[in-house]
Design a protein around this ligand. Sequence first.
Ligand code: SF4
Ligand code: SF4
Length: 402
Amino acid sequence: MHIELHARFANEPTALRARDLTSACVHCGFCLETCPTYLDGRDERDSPRGRIYLIKSLLEEGSAGAETRTHLDRCLTCRSCETTCPSGMQYAQLLDIGRALIEVEAPRATAGRIARRLLRFGFAKPSLLRAGLVAARLVRPLLPAALRRKIPAGQRAGKLPGTAHARRMLVLEGCVQRAATPLTNAAAKRVLDRLGITLVGVAQATCCGALDHHLAAEDAGRERIRRNIDAWWPHVEAGAEAIVASASGCGAHIAQYGELMAADPGYADKAATISSMHRDLARVLAAEDLEALSPRTDVGRIAVHTPCTLQHGLGEQGLLRDILSRAGFSLAATQDEHLCCGSAGSYSILQPRISGRLRERALANLASDAPDLIVTANIGCQLHLQSPDIPVKHWIELFDAV
Ligand code: SF4
Ligand code: SF4
């Protein structure tokens, strides 16, 4: 696809980058049938190709309105289209540019701007979230069912290992996960301890910055990246082996630090190093002797939900199923695994109707073989998929139980 940039954008580096990215698209339309928002409403403007056309027209005409913003907002950034595209289109990068441009070209109403700011502020602060969750649990019985199921039950993290091993990896403690499911990283620390690896959380490294990034607050997102790099760097120099994320959404973002900070001379090299050191928790386990862990496998049949950030973002499509089968768990069949469950960070709050429909579809696909349990690898999906019918856990909890 060729773009003739409007004179306004002729010397704009991001517009030039968008033009280059768009040139990969050959209009074939293969991506439409694997795009959850296109399948939801069959509107081409809610498809990858349609959104590429909308961004192209913004760059060629020099302006765009609220309608373009609506269709860009409806994208989940699930990157299923990237997995499908035979032409190697880097769609998410183009979408980031389109979203940043549309914030300027078609500014949101005050209420929309405030809501986004509150989300960015509230979700990135574990202490605030923790207090909010305590309050929400108290009034839970009074809430409507749709809200009630979004409030996770309280968890006990359990005792942390005390041994310091020669092998050390850093773990991102995160923001939402730290507050809502503290068991996940505690379980990861215990499991890796049994493998002779100490997982070190660095208090100053908090939110990965993905939420800011996906809400087009690029500067705030980069500031978080700088803070995390500064927090991790002394440990990297002291020999940490890897930077581990147990939430694949955070991991997929850390893997992009190098690309996101490429234009920052003070951080470009360090960011590239950090990205190269990122390892999803499942990838860490995959390289180890899983027999040594001997987890309890009599937990029934398990439906595996592979988050988009793991399968499309990090390209690890079969990884969870592989390690769980290697460890002896019994897996249930699932359908249409490539389709997003509708969580997508703040999407479930900002686009509740589409998100709700995608959730129902994902749950039906996960339940198709009557599993006893669903496991996933990302906090957002874990909370979003909660239902009274089938429990949903982070997969590392399975290896924690012996
Ligand atoms: S599959 Fe790739 S090349 Fe084909 S329309 Fe979609 S983005 Fe363009
Ligand atoms: S990122 Fe997901 S929702 Fe967005 S266009 Fe691609 S497939 Fe569709």
